[in-house]
Design a protein around this ligand. Structure first.
Ligand code: GLN
Length: 207
C-alpha cells in the first residue's frame, strides 16, 4: 500500500511539530492552508494553538466549508487541543463568533484546565497503548464535558478536585481528538495510532 499523505492545517499553531511527528510515524506530511491543498491529502491533523484565531482564519482562507465537507465524507482527522475544539459539535466558553468544523458528537470546554500558568504534564492511560502511559502535555487545555453514544472515550484524567474524571481523548469513526499535545514529546504513539486509522480507512475505501 502507498504511504498515506497527511496534511497539517497550517493557519496557526504548532504545525512543524506535527509534521515531524507524522513523518516519524511513517506518513508523508505536508502543510495545508487552502482548499486546493486540502483536496490533495488523505487525512488531516488540526494542531494546537488558539481555536478562536484558527476559526477566524479558516473562514478567511475559505477552508471551513471544504473541511466540513471532507469530514462529512469520512476523511480521517486528528485534532490536538485547539484542534480538539475545532472537531467538537458543541463548545463551552468559546467566543460568540467562534465556529468549529464539528464532526465529533461532544461538548468541549475551552481552557477548562486553567490558564497558561496552570499548564501541566501527566502520564495518561490510553486505551490500546498498554505498554506504558502516554506522556501528556496540557497547555490551556480543553476537556470533554459530554459525549454522545457514538463516541469512544480513549483516555481520562482523574479530576484534581473530586472523584470525577475528565475525558481527554476520544474517537468517533475516523475522527480522533486529544486535549493534550503528543507532538511536543518524543512519544509518537498517538500519531502512529492515527496513521493506522488512515491506512485502514484507505484500504476500506479502495474495496
Ligand atoms: N494549547 C492549545 O491548543 C490551547 C487551546 C486554546 N486554549 C484554545 O482555546 O484554542
Amino acid at each position: 500500500m502507498s504511504t498515506p499523505v497527511i496534511g497539517v492545517l497550517a493557519l496557526q499553531g504548532d504545525v512543524r511539530e506535527h509534521l515531524v511527528a507524522l513523518a516519524e510515524a511513517d506518513a508523508l506530511a505536508r502543510p495545508v492552508r487552502r482548499a486546493e491543498e486540502l483536496a490533495e491529502v488523505d487525512a488531516l491533523v488540526i494542531p494546537g494553538g488558539e481555536s478562536t484565531t484558527m476559526s477566524k482564519l479558516a473562514l478567511l482562507f475559505g477552508v471551513m466549508d471544504p473541511l466540513r465537507e471532507r469530514v462529512a465524507a469520512g476523511m480521517p482527522v486528528y485534532g490536538t487541543c485547539a484542534g480538539m475544539i475545532m472537531l467538537a459539535d458543541k463548545i463551552l466558553d468559546g467566543r460568540d463568533d467562534q465556529e468549529t468544523v464539528g464532526g465529533i458528537d461532544m461538548t468541549v470546554r475551552r481552557n477548562a484546565f486553567g490558564r497558561q500558568n496552570e499548564s501541566f504534564e501527566s502520564g495518561i492511560a490510553f486505551k490500546g497503548m498498554d505498554d506504558a502511559p502516554v506522556h501528556g502535555v496540557f497547555i490551556r487545555a480543553p476537556w470533554v464535558e459530554a459525549v454522545g453514544a457514538g463516541v469512544e472515550v480513549l483516555a481520562e484524567l482523574p479530576a484534581a478536585d473530586g472523584p470525577d474524571s475528565r475525558i481527554v481523548a476520544v474517537r468517533q469513526g475516523n475522527l480522533l481528538a486529544t486535549s493534550f499535545h503528543p507532538e511536543l514529546t518524543g512519544d509518537h504513539r498517538v500519531h502512529a495510532y492515527f496513521v493506522r486509522m488512515v491506512e485502514e480507512h484507505l484500504v476500506a475505501a479502495a474495496r
